[in-house]
Design a protein around this ligand. Structure first.
Ligand code: GDP
Ligand code: GDP
Length: 468
């Protein structure tokens, strides 16, 4: 189950710009040919990990003036009918104008959740408009800049909150399952021998690929330096790696490591010059390069939104995450903070329950051994494969004690489970009516797998398939 979003508001507030950003295109498709099918008005969109449909309401402002008000009203009402969630957009720079009130009066009649979006909020002059937006009685305005892509994490959070996490993430997990089934056929993956007990394909002689990611100033460059020593940074770029990125090879206690580094990090670390922030694209490249991604957090200001956004990205890309709470030397109340960080880590990142997290000081070099151990451990889990025999003996027990619920009076049947891939572990569950299986039960099975077969801290993929 996915959800549908309608973007409404008076002309010129930036609806099409937001639409394009969510749908990922330069221009909204404006098609006023009569008889355009309904489907063409709904476009798949993505906001970080959220996947949904957006109703395209672009173009209707062009109607001639006489019928404008009527058409806009009709369009808005139709879009609201079709949607599960309404993004009501105002222009924070212009403040609230009478047309906004006309639209908000229409919007308020729906019982559907509404997120109030204050667009064009990239400049300070939008503060007044932000305050005025409260007057619309549609709740807290979320400041964004559709044009510059700012505030998108807050928008994501507001959507999750308005719709309810259950609804939103049910949609997400299903999409993941589909991508496992469709986009990743078993090419290059060995299927476990049904009767073998343990299949340790782990090859510790291959270099382990690592990337350090995190907000600017979290201490990534300092950490890389601490690991490598200044002179090693001069290692040249390698063939096959993109031009502006570089990988550095080194050994850690006999283990070969390939570290993703960006030109920016090296320059900065060497001459402490102020450089522009690494772009999201740089971060994504680092994540895709790596097997294990170390999320470097500044322990004095941990779990800012951007940190969670990075963690989301790593999990979505199926990489093995490890958290390094850096600058631990600056912390006085260590026990207290540690307890708080543990609690927050579990609560904020339930998709990777049991994630390895270590405290370090890149500056003093404390905790680097521990961090490397955590990296290796997570890497092994990420590579883990469980034999089909073991999986199905486990499944049998689960089905006896906690069988799947009945849906519409019919019992859902699960036939067998098999692991179809590693890096991260991916499983296929063969069951009757995969689309009827409740997400809560799938989550229950995933958690059970995680605990029983010791796969803490890595993303686990679960796809459901009807028997052939
Ligand atoms: P719509 O009529 O509501 O669909 O609005 P558009 O998306 O066509 O935007 C109206 C105008 O506002 C265009 O000139 C956009 O470039 C501009 N605009 C949209 N979003 C922003 C923003 O975040 N900041 C600024 N400064 N301008 C924006
Ligand atoms: P980056 O932007 O993530 O690469 O961060 P940098 O490595 O440039 O570090 C940002 C600032 O934090 C610098 O002033 C570092 O000296 C400082 N820093 C990094 N690691 C530590 C640490 O473990 N302890 C302390 N006290 N400062 C640190």
């Amino acid at each position: 189950m996915s959800f549908t979003v309608a973007i409404i508001g008076r002309p010129n507030v930036g609806k099409s710009t937001l639409f394009n950003r969510l749908v990922g295109r330069k221009l909204a498709l404006v098609d006023d040919t009569p008889g355009v099918t309904r489907d063409r008005r709904v476009h798949p969109a993505r906001l970080y990990d959220l996947e949904f449909d957006v109703i395209d309401t672009a173009g209707f402002e062009d109607a001639d003036a006489a019928s404008l008000a009527g058409r806009m009203r009709a369009q808005t009402e139709t879009a609201m009918d079709e949607a599960d969630l309404i993004l009501f957009v105002v222009d924070a720079r212009a403040g609230v104008v009478p047309d906004d009130r006309t639209f908000s009066d229409i919007a308020r009649r729906t019982s559907k959740p509404i997120v109030l979006v204050a667009n064009k909020a990239e400049s300070r002059s939008s503060q007044g408009g932000m305050l005025e937006a409260w007057e619309l009685g549609l709740g807290e305005p979320i400041p964004i800049s559709a044009e510059h892509g700012e505030g998108m994490v807050d928008l994501r959070e507001a959507i999750v909150e308005a719709l309810g996490a259950e609804r939103v993430f049910a949609a997400e997990e299903e999409d993941e399952a589909v991508s496992l089934a469709v986009a990743e056929p078993l090419v290059g993956e060995d299927i476990a021998d049904p009767d073998s007990e343990v299949i340790p394909e782990y090859d510790a002689t291959k270099p382990l690929r690592i990337a350090m990611v995190g907000r600017p100033n979290a201490g990534k460059s300092t950490l890389i330096n601490a690991f490598l020593g200044e002179e090693r940074l001069l290692t040249g770029p390698e063939a096959g790696i993109t031009r502006d990125s570089i990988s550095v090879d080194w050994d850690w206690r006999g283990r070969r490591i390939k570290l993703f580094d960006t030109a920016g990090m090296r320059r900065k670390s060497r001459v402490q010059e102020k450089l522009e922030k690494l772009s999201v694209a740089d971060g994504l490249r680092a994540i895709r390069f790596a097997e294990v991604v170390v999320i470097v957090l500044d322990a004095t200001i941990p779990f800012e939104k951007q940190d969670l956004q990075i963690a989301d990205l790593i999990i979505r890309e199926g990489r093995a995450p490890v958290i390094a709470f850096n600058k631990w030397d600056l912390i006085d109340n260590r026990q207290e903070l540690l307890a708080e960080l543990r609690e927050k880590t579990q609560r904020l990142l339930p998709q990777v329950r049991g994630i390895q997290a270590v405290t370090i000081s890149a500056e003093t070099g404390k905790g680097l051994d521990k961090l490397m151990e955590a990296i290796e451990k997570t890497h092994r889990v990420w590579n883990r494969r469980v034999s089909t025999g073991k999986l199905n003996r486990w499944l049998e027990g689960v089905l006896t004690h906690h069988p799947p619920p009945a849906v519409a009076g019919r019992r859902l049947k699960i036939k067998y489970i098999t692991q179809v891939k590693t890096r991260p572990p991916g499983f296929v569950l063969s069951c009757s009516r995969p689309d009827a299986m409740p997400q809560s039960y799938i989550r229950y099975l995933t958690n059970g797998l995680r605990d029983t077969f010791e796969m803490p801290g890595v993303p686990i993929r679960m796809a459901l398939r009807a028997p052939d």
